[in-house]
Design a protein around this ligand. Structure first.
Ligand code: 6PG
Length: 517
């Protein structure tokens, strides 16, 4: 490959879809990249793509910005010190595999290795400690898929704060940019012309693991957001006989209002797409078995472990699980009865569409409330000073859950900070409490339609149960505590005594005496 005469700014290891596009994005932003992958074809591919795009652009006079390396030692010797090396390899064992190979190749203590994969946050905490003597293990979760990586992702960096100072200019350059006034993404979809204006969608999240935790919750919210849209599609197609194309038109309309989001936009596009083989809507030819790589599951597990109610996120994971049980569903669809289908009138359909729009908005607010509450509880436990206004800000562009709605979340957290208080739950923010109060009746009607029609809407309805649970000053956990005390002497607190004082009633004794434990 090429002769390395000058030192390069950034090393990129792993040139799959994300790594290749991150490398090209970094190069677009005038940094010089030394790229390596075990597959030499991928190395040649990224070098050629950078060359071709540069020649085609007005930057053809600029020298080559990506060189390919034959191995990690060659990459290390091509890089300026302290080195910055971006890892884009699958989460799990491959991350440690590359770290070990970098140690063998001679990485030095001041060098910084940035894991950009969807690693489990606890692995990141361990890795930072494990490699501390040998190099700085830093992490930066990336959201935005292929196009995000290429033209501006949302980046969630965490780890050593000195390392962040070195990485920051590169990260701010390659990140997506949001308009500070409107919060809308500043679009860029052509090589060679980075967006300079706007607020970069990256901010230092906190100590090791914090960035991956925040990205994990982003993905939990993403699962809920996706499932909510899928439930709307299911209700409209099976409950109201709407065609994929008509639902696409409706989603396009919704995308121009308060439900605006990247996921709504692409859902409309997916629904509009015809199958090149059968000519039918492609969505109807796609097998209804959802895949998953684990981040939504990790979010649900984390919520259970820390005791944070996040039912809509968990239901989104369960919805993927039940989708994979195709054989059982096929059999049970013949065996179990449901309501007799009725053909709705156009008026009923139109009324339902309005209710569903409100229901989707409310359920979306509830699932974001769950995600932010989960981050807050974990931050407290881990002693992370997470800045939720900043987190909402860096999700306004570049990432998969980007939506105008995130500007309202940013403003809600900013307003809470200005008034010196903390926003314990997003449902407490004026904008959201007012919007949900005015839409809740429609939300209930949409859920009852789903129930009466026998169409599952686990996310829309669990979000409503979450809302109603938080609306209840008194929950039936009093009876639950009574049950626990009855069979296991687990004790209970009393409403008329100081919190923390525990009581037990002697349930088997005639006298039924109560005593403080
Ligand atoms: C993103 C995405 C990205 C990816 C996830 C989802 O923010 O860019 O969340 O991380 O699409 O891996 O994967 P699954 O749906 O397969 O779990």
């Amino acid at each position: 490959m090429e002769n390395h005469t000058k030192l390069y700014d950034v090393g990129v290891v792993g040139l799959g879809v994300m790594g290749k596009n991150l490398a090209l994005n970094i190069a677009d932003n005038h940094y010089r990249v030394a790229a390596f992958d075990l597959d030499s074809e991928k190395v040649k591919g990224v070098v050629l793509q950078e060359q071709t795009e540069r020649v085609a652009s007005k930057h053809s006079h600029i020298p080559q910005r990506i060189i390919g390396c034959n191995n990690l030692s060659e990459m290390l010797s091509s890089l300026d010190k302290p080195r910055v090396i971006v890892l884009s390899v699958p989460a799990g064992a491959p991350v440690d595999g590359v770290c070990r190979a970098l140690i063998e190749a001679g990485i030095e203590q001041d060098d910084i290795v940035i894991d950009t994969g969807n690693s489990l946050w606890t692995d990141t905490v361990e890795r930072e400690a494990r490699y501390a003597e040998l190099f700085t293990f830093f992490s930066s979760a990336v959201s935005g898929g292929e196009m995000g990586a290429r033209f501006g992702p949302s980046l969630m960096p965490s780890g050593d704060s000195k390392a962040w100072e070195r990485i920051k200019p590169i990260w701010e350059a390659i990140a997506a940019k949001a308009d500070p006034e409107t919060g809308l993404p500043i679009e860029r979809q052509e090589p060679g012309n980075p967006v300079i204006e706007g607020e970069p969608c990256t901010t230092y999240i906190g100590p090791a693991g914090a960035g991956h935790y925040v990205k994990m919750v982003h993905n939990g919210i993403e699962y809920a957001d996706m499932q909510l849209i899928c439930e709307a599609y299911h209700l409209l197609s099976d409950g109201f006989a709407m065609s994929a194309n008509d639902i696409a038109d409706l989603f396009e309309r919704w995308n121009r209002g308060s439900l605006n989001s990247y996921l709504m936009e692409i859902s409309a596009k997916v629904l509009k797409q015809a199958d090149p083989i059968s000519g039918k809507p492609l969505v109807e030819m796609i097998l209804d078995k959802a895949g998953q790589k684990g981040t939504g599951l990790w979010t649900a597990v984390s919520s259970l472990q820390i005791g944070c109610s996040a039912p809509t996120i968990a239901e989104a994971v369960y919805a993927r699980a039940v989708s994979t049980q195709k054989n059982q569903r096929r059999k049970l669809s013949q065996l179990l009865s449901g309501p007799v289908p009725v053909t709705p009138s156009i008026e009923e359909r139109d009324q339902f569409i309005e209710q569903l729009e409100s229901a989707l908005y409310c359920a979306k607010v509830a699932s974001y409330a769950q995600g932010f509450q989960l981050m807050a509880m974990t931050a407290k436990e881990r002693n992370w000073a997470l800045d939720f206004a900043q987190i909402a800000k860096i999700w306004r562009a570049g990432c998969i859950i980007r939506a105008t709605f995130l500007q309202s979340i940013t403003q809600a957290y900013q307003a809470a900070a200005i008034s010196g208080g903390e926003l314990d739950n997003l449902l407490m923010a004026d904008t959201f409490s007012q919007a949900l109060s005015s839409k809740q009746l429609d939300w209930r009607k949409a859920v009852s339609t789903a129930v009466l029609k026998g169409i599952p809407a686990p996310c829309i309805s669990s979000a409503l149960a979450y809302y109603d649970s938080y609306r209840c000053e008194v929950l039936p956990a009093n009876l639950l505590q009574g049950q626990r005390d009855f069979f296991g002497a687990h004790t209970f607190e009393r409403i008329d005594k100081p919190a923390g004082d525990k009581y037990h009633l002697n349930w088997s004794d005639e006298k039924r005496e109560i005593h403080k434990v």
